[in-house]
Each structure stands twice: as structure tokens, then as C-alpha cells.
Design a protein around this ligand. Structure first.
Ligand SMILES: [Zn+2]
Length: 65
């Protein structure tokens, strides 16, 4: 794997860059978890938008009575 900081080549699976000593290991499980969380966040955002729309529609209906 290539260090994102100093671009030097490291062996796969190393936790720390051998050249600049920075943390370069991001476990695949963490990446998967992050992707999953991002997806859920987007879903919730859409749901929230829909809910707001519904509430607004209800309020408008009440006002027009
Ligand atoms: Zn490095």
C-alpha cells in the first residue's frame, strides 16, 4: 500500500508508514462500517425530508379549514 502522506510504498497490512511513521492503516471493517453509516444517514435524511413535507401538507390543510 502507498502512504497517502509521503507516497512511499509500504507492505500491505502495515499499521504505520515505515517512512514517515504516520498511521496509515484503516481496517476494511471500519471502511465498511463508515459506508454503511453514510448510507443510513442519507436514508434518514430522505425520510426526514418526506416527513417534513407531510407535516407541512397537514398544517396547510388545517389552516385552510
Ligand atoms: Zn508515509
Amino acid at each position: 500500500m502507498i502512504c497517502p502522506y509521503c507516497q512511499s510504498v509500504n507492505a500491505d497490512g502495515v499499521l504505520v508508514c515505515t517512512s514517515c511513521s504516520r498511521d496509515i492503516a484503516v481496517p476494511a471493517t471500519l471502511i465498511a462500517e463508515r459506508d454503511d453509516l453514510l448510507r443510513k444517514r442519507d436514508e434518514l435524511r430522505d425520510e426526514l425530508k418526506r416527513a417534513r413535507g407531510e407535516i407541512e401538507a397537514i398544517m396547510l390543510r388545517r389552516k385552510s379549514r
